[in-house]
Design a protein around this ligand. Structure first.
Ligand SMILES: Nc1nc2c(ncn2[C@@H]2O[C@H](COP(=O)(O)OP(=O)(O)OP(=O)(O)O)[C@@H](O)[C@H]2O)c(=O)[nH]1
Ligand SMILES: [Mg+2]
Length: 476
């Protein structure tokens, strides 16, 4: 996480950044936002046809050149005779406030994608008075301008980070306001209860039946909703970061062959001798829209030398961090004592048992594999059964029938706040059981409401804003 403070986001400044990936590419985009954006454009951009940036319509695209040396009138006469340097042929977008991403004037210069040219244009923009934008600063301005709330800001990070269509679709629906609406409903329910508790305190003679069974039910339903959102945010995290999936098994069972088979390329060395893989190798694949970070590992048992010992240590580490284990067996061999040890090791894990080498005569006694386990028979060498494995992985991810409705992208801080809301609600539940005075419930409801406000950014919290925006890239 980058270190920065919210106070560094000075709102009056004109900010600029390279919005595209730094490197050789077809296009490079330099974004400028703020009160000085149009003036900077007018100084650096030479329209192909006689036009003036001040009079062009908003949200229009213009062809021309970025030039160096267009100075004030006085300076122009000084340098008379000197030709202005043409830097690059570009397209300029002009977007006037308030209908822009940041709610400020924005120009975007779309140049050729070379590193030198993009940096040169940025340098010229900065020379004209813009300052380099901090991570997430454009989105921060969208937030301050009231164009989006914090949940939407977090979804933008989800969109930028998305490695699969699935994640992208979920993040986009959050940007459209789905999560905002859910949190809003939650807030309304809490507010209603809070108001009721207030009047119960102020007008006890009205005998508002706040401690009734109905109230318990309402609190239970809220606890449930918060729990679902928390679970949904955990799922979102897995989807965003990619599921960690480790391929494990004894030496020579075909782990690396399976790894290559999943990648559909000869990525790692496969050989007849055991102990071929002596390190952990990571690659990312996509199965039906689920991003998987898969790891090929060294044989999990029988380290023969120092290197394999080290490899085993690494394997065990990645094993303990994994979300899913693909445990490979050689179907042409009988199960041994060591295999029973492996069964024990994966007991509390999400695991798919692979009986590999199905193209050979089968000797493995499938009946010995613990009951209710997902078993896939395949030949990694011939690619047979790969579809079944992919299907099993997909089903494993959505095992609990994840309610996609509940998936919500939250920052760590936001998740923490939601947990606080959950514990306040649980506390209220206890108070109700103990038939405590309504004041106790009232206080907890107030805490819940404040926390919900912090979640969407209605209540300002420096800590949350910093935690969200420090995860953004520069230029977003
Ligand atoms: N017949 C057959 N042979 C296979 C299959 N999968 C792997 N093999 C062979 O089994 C041997 C070991 O394969 P690897 O993929 O290197 O096995 P590994 O589990 O990665 O082995 P280590 O890295 O040494 O632990 C190689 O000769 C592979 O060609 C399969 O499905 N069928
Ligand atoms: Mg191997």
């Amino acid at each position: 996480m980058r270190e920065f403070k919210l106070k560094d986001y000075k709102l009056g400044d004109t900010i600029a950044a390279i919005a595209t990936f730094p490197g050789k590419s077809a296009l490079g985009i330099i974004k400028v936002s703020g009160p000085g954006a149009l003036v900077i454009g007018s100084k650096l951009f030479k329209f192909h046809k006689k036009k003036n940036i001040k009079s062009v319509k908003t949200h229009t695209l213009h062809y021309g050149w970025i030039v160096e040396g267009k100075e004030s009138k006085k300076q122009r006469t000084k340098t008379k005779g000197e030709k202005r340097k043409m830097i690059d042929e570009v397209l300029l977008s002009v977007m006037r406030k308030p209908s822009t991403y940041t709610k400020e004037d924005i120009i975007e210069i779309s140049s050729h994608g070379g590193i030198a040219v993009v940096n040169k244009i940025l340098e010229l923009v900065l020379k004209q008075g813009a300052r380099l934008a901090l991570p997430g600063e454009f989105t921060y301005r969208a937030l301050v301008g009231g164009r989006i709330d914090l949940l939407q800001a977090e979804s933008i990070r989800g969109i930028v980070d998305a490695k699969s269509e699935d994640v992208l679709a979920l993040a986009t629906s959050q940007l459209r306001g789905d999560a905002t609406l859910k949190v809003k409903r939650l807030k309304e329910e809490l507010k209603e209860l809070f108001i009721q508790s207030e009047s119960a305190i102020n007008f006890p003679e009205d005998e508002l039946d706040i401690s009734s069974l109905k109230l318990k039910k309402r609190i239970d339903s809220l606890i449930n909703k918060v729990g679902n959102l928390l679970e949904g945010s955990r799922e979102a995290e897995i989807l965003r970061e990619g599921l960690k999936c480790v391929i494990c098994g004894k030496a020579n069972v075909g782990k690396s062959t399976l790894f290559n088979c999943l990648l559909k390329e000869e990525r790692v060395i496969v050989s007849r001798s055991s102990g071929t893989t002596r390190d952990v190798i990571e690659e990312t694949i996509n199965i039906k829209g689920v991003s998987l970070r898969i790891y090929d590992t060294a044989g999990i048992l029988e380290p023969k030398d120092l290197i394999t010992k080290k490899a085993l240590k690494k394997t065990l580490k990645i094993f303990s961090e994994s979300d899913l284990v693909i445990l490979v067996f050689d179907g042409s061999r009988r199960l041994s004592e060591n295999d029973l040890f492996l069964f024990e090791k994966v007991k509390n894990k999400n695991v798919i048992f692979i009986i590999n080498k199905s193209d050979l005569i089968q000797r493995l006694d499938q009946g010995k594999i613990p009951k209710d386990q997902v078993i896939v028979k395949m030949s990694a060498l011939e690619g047979k059964g790969l579809g079944d494995l992919e299907e099993a992985v997909y089903r494993m991810v959505y095992k609990k029938g994840v309610d996609r409705e509940n998936i919500v992208f939250l920052s760590q801080h936001q998740r923490h706040i939601l947990q606080e809301v959950g514990s306040s609600l649980n506390q209220i539940r206890v108070f109700l059981e103990e038939s405590r005075p309504i004041d106790f419930i009232n206080i907890e409801l107030k805490i819940c409401l404040d926390n919900i406000g912090r979640l969407s950014g209605e209540v300002f919290s420096e800590e949350i804003l910093e935690s969200i925006f420090s995860n953004f890239c520069i230029g977003k």
